[in-house]
Design a protein around this ligand. Structure first.
Ligand code: SF4
Length: 539
């Protein structure tokens, strides 16, 4: 586990590590997270570096993480909650409503987006969620900014009484750059919010609080415009092109800008809501605008409501930059009208394909073999699956699963497919994903006695994100499943080994014929987690 030792004031940090350190130096009392790339290292760093007395916990899912952080805020203390972008969908319920309550201790939600989908199922841009909630968003372009913005986000949260979203992207979260730190702020004492009417969102209170949040918007926009993270430079060098950058877009722009031969006017946005005033100031000075932003065309679309219709804005929507995937210095270079940089032509080089695979000795291998054997000869089966290493079961040599949509979806989708008439209908889900959000859809299946068979692959860890501990031990699964209403005759726990593949196959076959829900837990430790445990490096 990474250790950040205090006395040094300048160090080389990942963006994620800088967020963790910024939160510690801002005097947090607690931090909560569920593992998810590219945000995982925030909590891993906190667990290694937070001083005694600061709570740093993995939680069941992002919603429970957010709610715990909200409770810390109500107690008058500062809390950080960290997650990947799709995790914010899970936490969306408390997140959206927390914008209305009177945040007491600073509440900062650090969200790492994954443009280019290096390890995610979609490319969503969390700036839209911050805008949707009508709160402030800060977007760093370096580890130094990640540190500073995290600290500042707590001040902003307390000043305006709202949560603040810190938006990272993969290239910031996982890139190292120097960070100079400032003296830490002491943890504030307990100071419980004393107006329950500002925390109880029954309609009468909620309407008043929502009205207040809407009325606050001009103040938030004025704050963002005057923030040190928002920079407008008007240039008379050439009044043709004006460039708007956001977050890491600035890095790609600066890497190419020197080759332009002139200095365009430039507005950089590191703080949101977008300042309409600054956009108009820039637009009044130039003839055309190019927006360079990572993720969706968030700023580009905002301009449509700010500028007169004659404006032709260049960006991702206009096709000047690619509409999807990560920006690169080269795509930004082309958007600036600069010639392609020459390099070594590697287009003729044939590299062997290296599709991702389960680790050698992975316990899922035997489970997939048993699953395929159980389904052999059956025409109309369906195998829903989920987020985790076992999603690799979609690829050769197994090709054993047919869906992977979002955390916990396998069980609900298997229920729906069974309701539609597909039999047998199976769900394959990991132990951590089951605890994250597989329990509630299984309750649906129990309540309606839906004929599905759930195969829980209990490898005792969150394997895909780096072997973080599963929230509850595997031994808790059987009583939990029995308590949910899975009948004892249709609840099985099997230690899966090569010698027991036939036994698991037979169990699956038998349960696929059961006219109600059944669960088989296939237990064997992840080989990577076992290695870590033996080396004493497990989280
Ligand atoms: S990390 Fe663990 S669970 Fe994931 S593929 Fe490797 S052995 Fe299997």
């Amino acid at each position: 586990m990474l250790q950040i030792s205090p006395p040094a004031t300048s160090r080389l940090l990942l963006g994620d590590e800088a967020v963790a350190l910024g939160a510690i130096d801002a005097g947090i009392s607690a931090a909560y997270s569920y593992p998810g790339t590219p945000a995982t290292e925030i909590m891993e760093t906190l667990m290694g570096a937070a001083p005694d007395g600061v709570v740093a916990h993995w939680t069941a899912n992002e919603k429970t993480a957010y709610e715990a952080a909200l409770g810390v805020s109500m107690a008058g203390r500062r809390a950080l909650v960290a997650m990947k972008h799709v995790g914010l969908n899970v936490a969306a319920d408390p997140f959206m409503s927390s914008a209305l309550v009177a945040i007491a201790g600073g509440l900062v939600v650090a969200v790492a987006d994954d443009p280019g989908m290096h390890s995610s199922q979609n490319e969503q841009d969390s700036r839209f969620l911050a805008d949707f909630a009508r709160i402030v968003c800060l977007e760093p372009a370096s580890s130094q900014e990640a540190y500073e913005m995290t600290r500042e986000a707590f001040e902003v949260s307390e000043r305006f009484g709202i949560p603040v979203l810190l938006r990272l992207v993969t290239r910031i979260a996982h890139s190292r750059s120097p960070v100079t730190t400032a003296p830490p702020r002491p943890t504030p004492p307990l100071d419980k919010a004393d107006r329950p009417q500002d925390w109880i969102l029954i309609p009468g209170n909620a309407r008043r609080l929502w009205h207040g949040l809407v009325a606050l918007q001009p103040e938030l926009e004025a704050w963002a415009a005057s923030s040190s993270h928002t920079m407008l430079t008007l240039s008379d060098d050439d009044r043709g092109l004006g460039v708007i950058t956001a977050g890491i877009g600035r890095n790609h722009y600066l890497e190419n800008g020197a080759d332009l031969g002139y200095t365009p006017s430039h507005l950089h946005l590191g703080a949101y809501p977008v300042s309409a005033k600054l956009i108009r100031n820039l637009a009044d000075h130039v003839e055309q605008l190019l927006v360079i932003e990572e993720g969706y065309p968030f700023v580009e679309r905002r301009l449509a409501g700010v500028l007169p219709t004659r404006w032709d804005v260049l960006g991702r929507d206009s096709g000047t930059l690619p509409a999807d995937g990560e920006l690169t210095p080269d795509t930004v270079r082309a958007a600036l009208g600069l010639p392609v940089r020459t390099g070594i032509d590697l287009t003729g080089m044939v590299l062997p394909g290296r599709p991702p695979q389960l680790c050698k000795g992975c316990p899922h291998e035997e489970s997939f073999e048993a699953l395929l054997a159980a389904l052999a000869g059956i025409d109309q089966s369906v195998v829903m699956s989920d987020i985790g290493c076992y999603a690799l079961g979609a690829l050769p040599p197994y090709q054993a699963i047919e869906s992977c949509v979002c955390m916990g979806a396998s069980i609900g989708m298997a229920k729906g497919a069974a309701d539609a008439g597909l039999r047998p209908s199976l769900a394959v889900i990991g132990d951590s994903t089951f605890l994250h959000s597989g329990i509630t859809p299984l309750m649906d299946a129990v309540a309606h006695r839906t004929p599905i068979t759930v195969l829980i692959l209990d490898n005792g860890t969150v394997g895909m994100t780096g072997q973080q501990p599963t929230l509850l031990p595997g031994s808790s699964l059987e009583p939990l499943l029995a308590g949910l209403g899975i009948e004892p005759d249709h609840l099985h726990v099997i230690e899966i080994t090569r010698q027991r593949v036939t036994e698991l196959t037979a169990l699956l076959r038998a349960e696929m014929d059961h006219p109600g829900p059944s669960v088989i837990v296939a237990v064997r430790e992840c080989v990577e987690a076992r290695k870590d445990r033996r080396q004493g490096t497990a989280s």
